[in-house]
Design a protein around this ligand. Structure first.
Ligand code: IMP
Ligand code: MG
Length: 190
């Protein structure tokens, strides 16, 4: 048992500077593409919160923000695809150009569910921005493309910059791979 979060990280994938540059690039693309539109950033709690607060400060056009909380059933390290809404959006989506802001696209099941739900509420448009993409983990039956994508990650368990394992490591300022021995015991027990 160690008191220092850093000791549980096997290796750093992206430093604070690399993350900052990526978020800046995405902010510039979004600012250009949404000029004159009615942009609403929708972040899915809690993992995407760190990314969301940095991304919105790199966006130079007016935008509104809103939050949704969902829980995906499954083990601590794997989502099952069954999603429950814990907190819904505060507004009617008519007239908004929605951009869903996600921390990581893994199997894609959570986002697939949320996209379907929000589409049925008839916003002007709906797109997805994800900081991290783990293409090797994608559920093969899910075929959607992200519109804005930051960085590709390997098929390992990633923590930091909002991403957790059992609610820990969200406050690490960089992104790293969690040591295998920390999550292995949980996936084996389900
Ligand atoms: P999906 O439904 O499998 O795409 O996973 C959705 C959610 O699971 C993400 O928004 C994350 O909160 C979480 N998640 C997936 N992969 C990782 C990971 O490598 N580290 C931490 N959280 C993850
Ligand atoms: Mg999570």
């Amino acid at each position: 048992m160690t008191a220092d979060l850093k000791n549980d990280v096997d290796r750093v994938l992206f430093s604070e500077d690399e993350l900052k540059n990526t978020v800046k690039r995405l902010g510039q693309e979004i600012s250009r593409d949404y000029e004159g539109k009615n942009l609403l950033l929708v972040s899915i709690l809690k993992g995407a919160v760190v990314f969301m607060t940095d991304l919105m400060r790199e966006i130079t056009i007016p935008c509104a923000i809103d939050f949704m909380a969902v829980s995906s059933y499954g083990s601590k390290a794997k989502s099952s695809g069954a999603v429950k809404i814990i907190k819904d959006l505060d507004r009617d989506l008519a007239g908004y150009d929605l951009l869903i802001v996600e921390d990581i696209l893994d199997s894609g099941r959570t986002l697939n569910y949320v996209l379907g739900l929000l589409r049925s509420r008839n916003p002007n448009s709906i797109k997805v921005c994800t900081l991290l993409d783990k293409p090797e983990a994608r559920d093969k039956s899910i075929t959607f493309a992200t519109d804005y994508s930051g960085l590709i990650v390997p098929n390992e368990f990633i923590v930091g910059y909002g991403l957790d394992y059992d609610e820990k490591y969200r406050n690490l300022p960089y992104i790293g791979v969690l040591k295998r021995e920390i999550w292995e015991k949980d996936t084996n027990s389900v």
